[in-house]
Ligand binder design. Structure first.
Ligand code: TXA
Ligand code: MG
Length: 363
């Protein structure tokens, strides 16, 4: 067991984090989306430690994070300065569109998957010919990237399959004793992982993972809707297992908001949940919703966690993982969640995470 040290994001703390990274150690770092477990992409020992400490299967590739200090276009930076990608098979017009897209959304919660060069080790990409790249916006992440002088591979800093951490305390709950150091940057602003897209050789945009940047915004810049992979195995991200982002307690996704429950619905769901003496309930509060005393209709003790509804999806996204963690740590035996308040914008990513957190069998 390692003693996991927590560093403050002072210039000394950032310099120490960068020193540890340069020497091949792992450091959990804040980003604007979620905390990442960072390691030097040029150090294979560090990369294999990332997989080991997360218990992540090596078929699930890592995102490479890079610093924002390019002089010319993003593509020149990626191809010539960093030599991470090889876009020689792309047409000039697709290259131009990709560069424009990156200028619109980098730094920020957008990850793009592009053909890699041999400078990116196969272990980072799980043997795939493409690498996932992101320039994070968080000033502390940028400071660490600048000081460590190397691109950093950083998956979310949770054990595999579990909820991504949005605070240093949540990283500690996941990885204490497994990693040497956490850089504490407070709570993450976005709260959901980045949106992952791939642009293929034909210039077709694929949405591999909905996330903290609304896919509608990407589509508006690209000029066509993003294509959805038709099966997880084909165009999807290899790590997109249907069960993911999961709390330790079972989570049931309700088919409709509680405010729309009829007496018949209450009866059906009370019966389903009869075996569980204490419920955790995740609610998305819509304007005009009555503040229900949920213990009354459920007829048993209830721990409630409230998130914003459709009028403030960024706030709902920001609080989602922390709410799931709170309910997971509460006395509840099972978590029931209202469905995402929207399927548009960040609502799509919230729905995706809830679906993957939910148990697959009906009770
Ligand atoms: O916001 C984020 O993206 C956070 C922060 C730390 O940057 N990182 C993150 O990493 O969520 P991770 O490893 O938990 O999720 C990365 C996703 C996985 O679904 C993985 O399969 C996909 O990106 N991915 C990575 N490389 C890929 C590649 N070469 N091709 C397709 N999908 C890839
Ligand atoms: Mg993850």
């Amino acid at each position: 067991m390692l003693a996991t040290q927590i560093l403050d994001p002072t210039p000394t703390g950032i310099a120490e984090a960068a020193r540890l990274l340069r020497e091949g150690n792992l450091v959990a770092i804040p980003t604007e989306t979620v905390y990442g477990l960072a390691g030097d992409i040029t150090n294979l020992h560090a990369i294999s430690q990332i997989f080991a400490s997360k218990e992540r299967p090596t078929f699930d590739p890592l995102i490479v994070h890079i610093s924002l200090n390019q002089k010319g276009s993003f593509l020149t930076y990626l191809e010539e300065d960093l030599q991470l990608v090889n876009l020689s098979d792309f047409s000039a017009s697709t290259r131009q569109k990709i560069d424009h897209l990156l200028h619109c959304f980098w730094p920020g919660p957008l990850t793009i998957v592009l053909p890699k060069t041999s400078r990116v080790a196969d272990l980072v990409t799980s043997g795939l010919g493409d690498v996932a790249l992101r320039i994070p916006k968080h000033p502390i992440t940028q400071a660490v990237l600048q000081a460590s002088q190397t691109p950093l591979a950083a998956p979310s800093a949770n054990r595999f399959g579990r909820i991504s951490p949005t605070s240093a305390q949540a990283v500690l709950a996941e990885l204490a004793g497994r990693i040497p150091c956490i850089l504490d940057g407070g709570s993450c602003q976005v709260g959901l992982e980045s949106t992952v897209i791939r642009i293929d050789l034909q210039g077709i945009p694929w949405l591999l993972r909905p996330g903290g940047l609304a896919s509608e915004q990407i589509a508006a810049v690209w000029g066509e809707p993003l294509h959805l992979p038709n099966s997880e195995a084909s165009q999807g991200s290899p790590g997109r297992l249907t069960s993911h982002y999961a709390p330790q307690k079972p989570l049931l996704l309700l088919p409709k908001p509680l405010a729309h429950f009829t007496e018949n619905d209450w009866q059906i769901w009370r019966e389903k949940l009869d075996p569980y003496p204490h419920l955790g309930v995740l609610r998305f509060v819509q304007p005009g919703d009555a503040v229900l005393d949920l213990a009354d209709p459920w007829r048993k003790p209830v721990t409630v966690s409230l998130l914003s509804g459709v009028e403030d999806l960024p706030a709902a996204a920001r609080g989602l993982f922390a709410s799931l963690r709170t309910l997971d740590e509460s006395p509840a035996h099972i978590i029931v969640s209202e469905p995402s308040p929207s399927m548009n914008g960040l609502g799509h990513a919230i729905a995706d995470r809830l679906q993957r957190a939910a148990v697959k069998r009906m009770i």
